[in-house]
Design a protein around this ligand. Structure first.
Ligand code: ARG
Length: 251
């Protein structure tokens, strides 16, 4: 009798302990933490929407990072100019949008290691009057608001000559319809826009070279370090290069 009571209590204890394990394990599975990434998905080949899905270099790298961290990636498509503020306020965990590291932005956010390079270029109409950077002076320049294209063009050619659009595609539309004389934007989106629209070309002169990186709130160094470690691994094992080569085959 005594023996069976002992066995019963051992069994009961086991049931309770195992039950707790199962519950805790189950909980973890359900509440897999999300990694909220803010982007502006009109920037091919880094981020754009295809068949209702977010695709592109940044999207694939971010997914690979989330995978490594055992997190679920959630993408928020917002105005480019809303990314840094939203990251600072904690609305988003990170910003990844072909975003250039600049001194000014470093005052507001921290950046990961750089995972890609960008170059600001000038898109013009075929057979137009702009043949070099010098010809841009005094002309109407289309840009995406708050991008480095906007910042550099406003600084170098005067704010009064810069027309700001919500995204690069709208700036390119304005160039086609003659509302602006050129568009200053990153080289890879420029190539994508020129390929998709007839009668446009990119000037040979490169304007400014830049590094793209992921941004985080200043106080969120824990996440920054985790993401950066994952990114480092993905760069070292060639995954980042594979993604870039998939979207930019010539490279
Ligand atoms: N590299 C430029 C910048 O950081 C443009 C980035 C625009 N990105 C986007 N997803 N729309 O200002």
């Amino acid at each position: 009798m005594k023996k069976s009571v002992k066995i019963l209590s051992v069994v009961l204890a086991l049931v309770i302990v195992l039950g707790c394990f199962a519950a805790c394990g189950g909980d973890k599975g359900e509440t897999k933490t999300t990694l909220v990434m803010a982007t502006n998905a009109a920037f091919p080949p880094y981020e754009y929407v295809e068949g209702g899905e977010f695709v592109g270099i940044d999207v694939e790298i971010a997914n690979a990072i989330a995978n490594k961290l055992g997190m679920e990636l959630e993408i928020k498509d917002v105005d480019f100019g809303a990314i840094i503020g939203g990251v600072q306020s904690g609305k988003f965990d990170m910003g990844m949008a072909g975003m250039t590291v600049t001194e000014d932005r470093l005052k507001d956010v921290n950046f990961s290691d750089s995972y890609a390079k960008g170059v600001q270029v000038v898109i013009v109409k075929d057979g137009g009057t702009i043949a070099s950077l010098d010809d841009v002076a005094g002309k109407k320049i289309g840009v995406q608001t708050n991008t480095t294209g906007d910042i550099y063009a406003s600084g170098d050619f005067g704010e009064e000559n810069v027309v700001k659009y919500e995204n690069g595609a709208l700036a390119v539309e304005a160039l086609k319809s003659g509302k602006v004389d050129c568009v200053i934007i990153d080289n890879e989106p420029a190539k994508a826009y020129v390929a998709a629209n007839e009668g446009l070309k990119i000037l040979e002169t490169e304007y400014v070279e830049e590094d793209y990186a992921i941004c985080f709130a200043k106080e969120n160094t824990e996440l920054q370090e985790k993401v950066n470690a994952a990114l480092k691994e993905l760069i070292a094992d060639g995954s980042v290069k594979n993604v870039v080569d998939k979207y930019i085959p010539s490279k």
